[in-house]
Design a protein around this ligand. Structure first.
Ligand SMILES: NC(=O)c1ccc[n+]([C@@H]2O[C@H](COP(=O)([O-])OP(=O)(O)OC[C@H]3O[C@@H](n4cnc5c(N)ncnc54)[C@H](OP(=O)(O)O)[C@@H]3O)[C@@H](O)[C@H]2O)c1
Length: 468
């Protein structure tokens, strides 16, 4: 379990970069020699040292022969910083333990290859799920080049985001609202529709001391934003983008000039159904290095965002209140789907109690996913008894060491769990281009399959039936 302990520390360090490293990933690194931590680091700020080099800069003794735990595959290309793999080799690190693979084409697999070619042992996928979790934004952005959109709303128990009069201050408690401020510090942009600007005249800034204001993005097809609005009045201090329909852009040069003088950046965007084409807008914002957006509605814009498939994550805050009112607004308005079978689907991620409020995080079923999904190793241990686990590791490799600490551990190659069925009666483990299926029936059954077949295993329960 010591590997997990150091990787958990590396994850903790990585999170210190939240809000400061975008569009780079959050990365943490820990260097350990003779059971003692001799260096720690993380990617502190965009353009500055990467986690590995930061950890080397903090060394308390020579790193020769030490192990390094790093949450993401070390980079091997020249960007704003020189490649980390070179620093690892120069410092004569013996063994590198990595959490997440880097899907960035310039790095993917090449970081491992460089290290192995230079005699450094590499163990991949240590606490992979946990490491992947902290970089959802980066993985989405690096592979799609569009921002990761988090739709946030606060509603009453009866699903209203404002009273029928339009008044919405306040729905949730202060602590919930502080969490939203943290999100504003975390994500690079914040987006609302012109309806919210006209109704609430918000500032959309980050009110955390020392926090960073997000770039404000207003979807305003007809360029209705008042020059007297708080958004425009503060545009010289807080970066502000107004997305305008391309047809309207062509005919509004006077207002555009005035707004630009006040510090607003106006972007012309194509239109869909008379409104901003959000997918096109996401492409434009991605090119501007905006890797993440907190979408704060209202319901009209939220509906389009969900329907156009740009929402990857939802943060729903619910307060213990009822407003009632058939005309009171809901978080997602628009026309709606014709039948429940056409609903947009989400996976429940977390539920958090915030005094009397709750915060629920959902992930879109259509979100970008890393190529494989892995079950949480902790969940795995809880569901399999020790005897079964040791049999399992022996079956994978008779020389297996540390059967529980790293699942099926085979020298410096990690066999990781690729999937389980719903009842955890069957698991698939894989390493390199091999995968094995184990069942927990009367006896364990091993079936060797190719990784390609394993990837095609869409329904693990169906496979279970075939095996029984
Ligand atoms: N409790 C909460 O969490 C919360 C959060 C936000 C807002 N609110 C409340 O919501 C109310 C405002 O709701 P709303 O629905 O009118 O505001 P909205 O969604 O912020 O704005 C809607 C407007 O955005 C423009 N828009 C531009 N591109 C769009 C697109 N692709 N799809 C849809 N709309 C697009 C549309 O006008 P054009 O096309 O003409 O530009 C549309 O009328 C306020 O009362 C506010 O207090 C509550």
């Amino acid at each position: 379990m010591y590997q997990e302990k150091y990787m958990l520390r590396a994850i903790e360090l990585a999170k210190k970069g939240i809000g400061a490293v975008n569009p780079n990933p959050l990365v943490g690194a820990v260097i350990v020699k003779n059971g003692k931590v001799i260096g720690e680091g993380y990617h502190v700020r965009y353009g500055e040292l990467h986690a590995e080099r930061h950890a080397f800069a903090n060394l308390t003794e020579d790193a020769e022969g030490a192990d390094m735990y790093v949450t993401l595959e070390p980079c091997c290309h020249y960007g704003k910083q020189p490649p980390c793999v070179e620093a690892i080799v120069e410092h004569k690190i013996k063994h590198v333990y990595v959490g997440s693979d880097d899907p960035n084409e310039m790095v993917s697999g090449k970081g491992y290859e460089y290290l192995r070619n230079h005699g450094v042992k590499v163990t991949t996928h240590v606490l992979k799920n946990r490491c992947d979790e902290i970089n959802r934004v980066f993985f989405h952005y690096i592979t799609t080049r569009t921002p990761y959109v988090v739709m946030k709303y606060a509603m009453t128990m009866d699903g209203k985001i404002a009273a029928y009069t339009g008044e919405s201050k306040w729905i949730t408690n202060e602590v919930s609202r502080m969490k939203v401020q943290e999100s504003r510090n975390q994500y690079v942009g914040i987006m609302v529709g012109i309806g919210t600007v006209l109704e609430d005249d918000p500032q959309l800034t980050c009110r955390i001391e020392g926090g960073r204001n997000p770039i404000r993005i207003i979807c305003d097809t007809r360029l209705q934003i008042p020059e007297t609005s708080n958004i425009v009045k503060t545009a010289a201090q807080v970066p502000t983008i107004v997305a305008v329909g391309d047809e309207i852009y062509e005919t509004s040069s006077d207002k555009i000039e005035k707004l630009e003088q006040l510090g607003v950046k106006i972007i012309p965007v194509g239109m869909v159904d008379g409104h901003i084409n959000l997918r096109e807008l996401m492409g434009i914002l991605g090119e501007m290095s905006i890797d993440s957006i907190l979408l704060e509605g209202g319901g009209t814009l939220n509906y389009s965002a969900v329907m156009q498939g740009i929402v990857s994550e939802v943060h729903m805050y619910v307060a213990p209140k009822i407003f009632g009112g058939k005309d009171a607004l809901t978080p997602v308005e628009g026309q709606g789907v014709d039948t429940p079978s056409l609903a947009k689907l989400f996976d429940l991620e977390t539920v958090e109690k915030i005094f009397d409020d709750i915060k629920v995080v959902y992930l879109s079923k259509n979100r970008y996913r890393l190529p494989e999904t892995f079950v949480d190793r902790e969940q795995f241990y809880n569901n399999w008894d020790e005897d079964t686990l040791s049999q399992l590791s022996v079956m994978v490799d008779e020389k297996a060491t540390a059967p529980y600490s790293t699942c099926c551990y085979k020298e410096d190659e990690l066999w990781h769990i690729a999937g389980t069925n719903n009842d955890d009666e069957l698991i698939v483990v894989e390493s390199g281009d091999e995968a094995y299926i184990f069942t927990k029936l009367d006896k364990l059954v091993r079936l060797k399959i190719s990784l390609r077949d394993q990837r095609d295993l869409l329904d693990i329960d169906e496979l279970m039936e075939q095996l029984t």
